[in-house]
Design a protein around this ligand. Structure first.
Ligand SMILES: [Zn+2]
Length: 382
């Protein structure tokens, strides 16, 4: 037996109900009977002219080159678009999307966070004014078809063998990270090729490139051409780190500042301590009005926010400086460290900024993160 959706073949996941055998491995997405033939949903033809695009800013030379290569090679191969934080990965997929629409192919952009789905759908609608672009995510599932679909990873189960091109944003992060069911559902939704967008590919993706199962396109330069921020590292006991952090907050008082901490408990505790001295916010996965908190922080010229890794990706705050408290904590992996430092210097107007890692003891991961960023910068100079 094999589940037609998540490809599970492990018998312990199969149960027999009144209507027949079904798979419990992917049951959270809806019940799928094993005998049931999954059918692609009926989709309307893609409209003429939907491939016309308008870019607010021209792409940089490097973005243009990688974007063209991606459009060309994704016709015949899966692609790992391994591009540094803030390199404009979305913009680089514009040619691929345009070519697919022109050939009346189905294309989908799958992202982890609902808020980002809504934002990206709007951005893509502005880029492709003639196309019908929809966001499919919690609260927006009445309509499933359009010329261009932007959805959360969890909505992919609605599409069976539909996409000629599936773009997966941040496949190494939540909810894809360590989630084989979701990866299988993504595979099932796509009959053509996939494009993985990430600055920090995990071991599985890297291995697939080594095995020549997919092609890797790399870009280590941001559109504004400034180097990636390399974190300064301070190591010492908690008191020393705390004083360093306070001085850092004061030194950068004219900019927005993000302080990343390893756990929710530490975020709340740090928020309480800092409140005595500064006005600021706390944001964790338990923050109920998270989008509102981010919006408030964003609206302040020099705000302060304490956050967990919940904000390590998908957030662009112009001119932000970043401090990572206990960067040696096992909670942070190398990808987290690179992503957190990658919040700095992302925009044309504020292409530089400061990043500080505070460690209780030496950490190989932090060292590797610093080395990788330096290497990426050197590869651009060459
Ligand atoms: Zn299944």
């Amino acid at each position: 037996m094999k589940c037609p959706r998540c490809k599970n073949e492990d018998p312990s996941w199969f149960y027999k109900g009144s209507k027949g055998w079904y798979c419990r491995r992917c049951i959270s997405f809806s019940r799928v009977l094993i005998e049931e033939e999954m059918k692609p949903i009926e989709l309307e033809e893609i409209r003429e002219g939907s491939e016309e695009y308008v870019l607010a800013y021209p792409l940089s030379e490097a973005q243009e080159r990688i974007g063209r290569e991606c459009a060309q090679y994704s016709k015949t191969s899966d692609i790992l678009l391994c591009c540094c934080c803030g390199s404009g990965k979305t913009e680089m997929t514009v040619y691929t999307i345009a070519e697919a629409l022109k050939m009346k192919q189905r294309i989908c952009f799958a992202i982890s966070r609902r808020q980002v789905v809504l934002e990206l759908a709007q951005r893509l609608q502005e880029i492709f004014p003639e196309a019908d672009v929809i966001a499919v995510c919690g609260g927006h599932t009445d309509r499933l078809q359009a010329d261009l679909i932007v959805c959360t990873a969890h909505q992919l189960y609605r599409y069976f063998q539909v996409f000629d091109i599936l773009i997966l944003d941040e496949p190494d992060a939540f909810p894809f990270k360590g989630n084989p069911v979701l990866h299988a559902i993504a595979d099932t939704s796509c009959k053509g090729h996939k494009i993985y967008l990430t600055a920090t590919p995990d071991a599985v993706l890297r291995q697939r490139v080594l095995d020549k199962e997919m092609l890797c396109l790399t870009l280590n330069q941001r559109p504004h051409g400034h180097p990636l921020p390399v974190p300064a590292v301070r190591i010492g006991p908690t008191v020393y780190l705390f004083v360093s952090m306070i001085l850092w907050i004061l030194r950068h008082r004219e900019h927005p500042r993000m302080i990343f901490v390893p756990t929710i408990a530490k975020a709340n505790a740090m928020g309480r301590i800092l409140k005595v001295l500064f006005h600021g916010y706390v944001c964790t996965s338990k923050t109920a009005d998270r989008d509102e908190v981010i919006q408030k922080f964003r609206s302040e010229k020099a705000g302060l926010i304490v956050a967990t890794t919940v904000l390590e990706r998908g957030v662009t705050i112009p001119g932000v400086d970043v401090c990572v408290w206990e960067a040696d904590s096992p909670v942070f992996d190398e990808a987290s460290l690179i992503q957190m430092s990658g919040r700095v210097g992302r925009t044309f107007h504020k292409p530089d900024g400061d990043c500080l890692f505070l460690l209780k003891q030496k950490s190989l991961l932090a060292e590797r993160c610093v080395r990788k960023l330096k290497e990426a910068n050197r590869s651009c100079d060459a």
